[in-house]
Design a protein around this ligand. Structure first.
Ligand code: SAM
Ligand code: SF4
Length: 323
């Protein structure tokens, strides 16, 4: 459906949990997130119920996220059921990759269309320092295992951090040279703990890559926020998702559903609609649909990251808002 700005909103990120098995420094506090009572988290039946209504509102693409989605038991069964909803064209997932390899056969069987794997460093000690876990080997092994499932589109998402992984920009990009995998550099956003961190801008990363690899061919933009390039000889693409320095709000096509059923139309603001109370009140679907449509219609025109005015700005971390 079109929002007030004329943008076609056809994509939702659905968080299935706020919890995570990693503690990435820019995302998750060391003590983790505050435990939410079990009955405040949407059940799979409730997620499916809402997804059917979202499909009626014109949503055709779903990304399963978290927290870490693979820590929630049976998430593959949820994906299988989401894939059966009329109007839903793709169901994808974003994961830190720690539990991915053992789940790959079930994910393939569920019909998952794509998997984004978050990976910010290829150095074991650094990975430990960044995430609090000695898990790099597991993630790299999962990426290799993805080669057995060519029907699943794999992307690697890397966040850069100032004075931390600048020297790995080239090595991370080179993963896309060797494999048919897209590597995307995500700019650090001032959301959650990211408010206290600094990363490298798209232009800085682009300059580093062109110095080493030559001039890439710009590729047509898809429906998502990424800008893509193909470097000479590369099998996969290099992408940039740069919410701060290459603001893409004018073409933003997405909304988010938190694990507690809160519909958010922009990452940057606290506003949204509590859908959990609506489905638990047995409100007819037609009425819920109309509330969802009016929430989406009023999606803010854009974020204002970088302004001094912070009233109404989201303080929660990415894992709590379907990052
Ligand atoms: N745990 C899963 C994962 O890591 O892919 C899914 C949830 S995680 C919140 C989704 C993505 O958000 C990850 O790629 C992570 O690097 C990114 N992220 C978290 N905080 C961020 C921030 N402040 N700025 C930019 N990206 C951030
Ligand atoms: Fe967990 Fe993903 Fe946040 Fe890292 S980025 S702490 S893996 S939710």
């Amino acid at each position: 459906m079109l929002d007030k700005q004329g943008r076609n909103i056809d994509y939702i990120r659905i968080s299935v949990t706020d919890r995570c098995n990693l503690r990435c420094r820019y995302c998750m506090p060391e003590e983790g997130v505050q435990q939410v009572p079990h009955d405040e988290i949407l059940t799979f039946d409730e997620i499916l119920h809402l997804a059917r209504i979202f499909a009626m509102a014109g949503i055709s693409h779903i990304k399963i996220t978290g927290g870490e989605p693979l820590v929630r038991k049976n998430v593959t069964a949820l994906i299988k059921d989401l894939k059966k909803i009329p109007g839903i064209e793709t169901v994808t997932m974003t994961t830190n990759g720690l539990l991915l390899e053992e789940n790959l056969p079930a994910l393939a069987d569920a019909g998952v269309d794509g998997i984004n794997i978050s990976l910010d460093t290829l150095k074991r000690e650094r990975y430990n320092e960044l995430t609090g876990t000695d898990g790099l080997g597991q993630v790299l092994s999962a990426i290799d295992a993805c080669g057995n499932f060519p029907q699943i589109k794999i992307k690697i998402n890397a966040v850069t951090l100032a004075d931390f992984n600048r020297d790995e920009i080239l090595a991370l990009a080179l993963v896309a040279a060797m494999k048919e995998i897209d590597v995307r550099f995500i700019e650090m956003m001032p959301v959650g703990l990211g408010r206290y961190m600094k990363g490298y801008s798209q232009d800085e990363i682009f300059a580093r890559l062109t110095d080493a690899l030559g001039t890439p061919e710009p590729l047509p933009k898809g429906t998502g926020p990424a800008e893509y390039f193909r470097f000479p000889g590369f099998r996969g693409r290099i992408g940039f998702i740069s919410a701060v320095t290459h603001k893409f709000c004018g073409s933003c096509n997405r909304v988010r559903l938190s694990s507690q059923g809160f519909l958010k139309t922009c990452l940057h603001y606290e506003d949204g609609t509590d859908l959990r109370s609506l489905i638990r009140s047995s409100m007819p679907d037609k009425e819920i649909l109309s509330i969802i449509e009016s929430t989406i219609k009023n999606k803010p025109a854009g974020h204002d990251f970088g302004t001094e005015e912070t009233a109404g700005h989201e303080k929660k971390i990415m894992a709590q808002i379907g990052g």
